[in-house]
Write a protein that binds this ligand. Structure first.
Ligand SMILES: Nc1ncnc2c1ncn2[C@@H]1O[C@H](COP(=O)(O)OP(=O)(O)O)[C@@H](O)[C@H]1O
Ligand SMILES: [Mg+2]
Length: 406
């Protein structure tokens, strides 16, 4: 089987999917803009061939180049697990007559307004929302939606340019900050807890499902640097409130005509127990969420995803054993990391449950916490009991501190 896989080396976790594809016995034809000479040594054995293109976002140019490069070869799959390129993959499938989701179906997972419209049409609960393109449209929509409301880009990511607006006065203060955003969604603010619903599907039927909780909600995690964001996978998916979110998720997959592959959805659970759709992508979650799912069940979903999309078979049906928590740290101060406190004590107390510790070390430069959720590194723990996993995750948030300076 010949598989074209877009962006096989960047972002870094794509290398794991490339490995997974090679391990299930297919020939991987990678297409990316990373220089061929710079590809990691560990990646090369998994690639049958690699095409370096000058501009990976230039759809027409990439299509022409890939067409010329593949000349004469049959292609069985065109795959992509990186959000910015999922539409390009769909275009390529259509152009080469390869089975898989169409451009229009993928658009339902990319355009945040279109996805809400399609999900709503299926009778599922979505935030009341309007597509807005000017200050006038925003003001008009705000009057209809009421306060508090959310203003965010239609093509957003990582909570960038996303505002909770509590009043007309606050709206006037936010408007100038949104001027560079061409299209936004002005929508009802949904109060409550926020979760993910993640799957690997065949024809929209999940062969694998996961739920994780954001603590706190991403919009809050991104607004205050002192926060150490925590995400914990939920081991027990049989709790009624979690089942309700999963049922919503399954309905969303049908409404949007999901095909094969990963999905990553976000949903809200209100204080009254109502579940509300947030957003969905037809690709895996980033920021180590797939690692967390692997730690939850001791499986390798990088490879199982490949088995599912290539051979429609899934071989990791074992029990969920743990709640797996990840804690992202942000150093105090700017520049380079100077010291870490509390880590020794933490490892002495909880080391048996720690599955990964990838904090930056003294001398390394801080990362931009607004641009990468991973921030200055992370600690990951797991425990069969939710309360224990929660306690250990929050201990890493409060008791371990990175300092930077100079
Ligand atoms: N309608 C809403 N009600 C409450 N919170 C919201 C709403 N829309 C977005 N948010 C908050 O903003 C965050 C980012 O919005 P989201 O639609 O997930 O965009 P992205 O993750 O692509 O930046 C969400 O995770 C959530 O915390
Ligand atoms: Mg989101």
């Amino acid at each position: 089987m010949n598989v074209v896989f877009l962006a096989p080396s960047y972002p870094a976790e794509m290398q794991q999917y490339t490995r997974g594809l090679a391990e299930v016995g297919v020939n991987v034809f990678g297409v990316g803009d990373s220089p061929r000479a710079g590809l990691p040594k560990s990646l090369k054995p998994h690639l049958a061939d690699y095409l370096q293109v000058p501009r990976i976002m230039d759809e027409a140019d990439v299509l022409e180049r890939v067409h010329a490069w593949l000349c004469g070869r049959t292609v069985d799959r065109v795959l992509c697990n990186w959000e910015p390129l999922v539409l390009l993959a769909a275009r390529m499938r259509e152009r080469f007559g390869v089975p898989g989701m169409t451009h229009d179906q993928v658009l339902g997972f990319r355009d945040k307004m279109l996805m809400k419209e399609r999900v709503k049409r299926a009778g599922l609960r979505v935030p009341h929302a309007f597509r807005v393109r000017s200050e006038k449209e925003i003001r008009d929509a705000a009057e209809k939606v009421g306060y508090p409301l959310i203003l965010k880009p239609i093509a957003g990511a990582g909570s960038a340019d996303t505002y909770k607006v509590r009043s007309r006065q606050e709206l006037e203060a936010v408007l100038p900050k949104m001027r560079h955003v061409q299209e936004a969604s002005c929508e009802e603010f949904i109060e409550g807890e926020e979760f993910t619903y993640d799957t690997i599907c065949v024809g929209g039927e999940p062969l694998y499902e996961n739920v994780a909780q954001y603590l706190p909600k991403p919009i809050i995690a991104r607004s205050e640097q002192w926060i150490s964001p925590v995400i914990i996978t939920v081991r027990d998916l049989n709790q009624p409130r979690i089942r309700a979110g999963m049922n919503l998720g399954r309905g969303v997959l049908k409404a949007l005509e999901m095909g094969d592959g990963f999905t990553h959805m976000e949903w809200y659970l209100t204080p009254k127990g109502e579940v509300v759709f947030g957003e969905i992508g037809c690709r895996p979650g980033g920021a180590h969420l797939v690692d967390q799912m692997n730690w939850t069940s001791d499986v390798d979903l990088f490879r199982e995803w490949a088995r599912v999309v290539c051979w429609h078979s899934f071989k990791a049906n074992g029990p969920r054993k743990y709640n797996a928590g990840i804690v992202f740290k942000r150093a105090l101060g700017e520049g380079r990391i100077t010291s870490i406190t509390g880590l020794g004590d933490y490892m002495r107390r909880y080391g048996d449950w720690v599955v990964a510790e990838e904090l930056l070390r003294p001398g390394q430069s801080r990362r931009n916490w607004k641009q990468t959720l991973v921030s200055d590194g992370f600690i990951a723990v797991r425990h069969p009991d939710w309360d224990e996993a929660y306690k250990m995750s929050f201990a890493a948030a409060t008791d371990v501190t990175l300092y930077a300076g100079g």
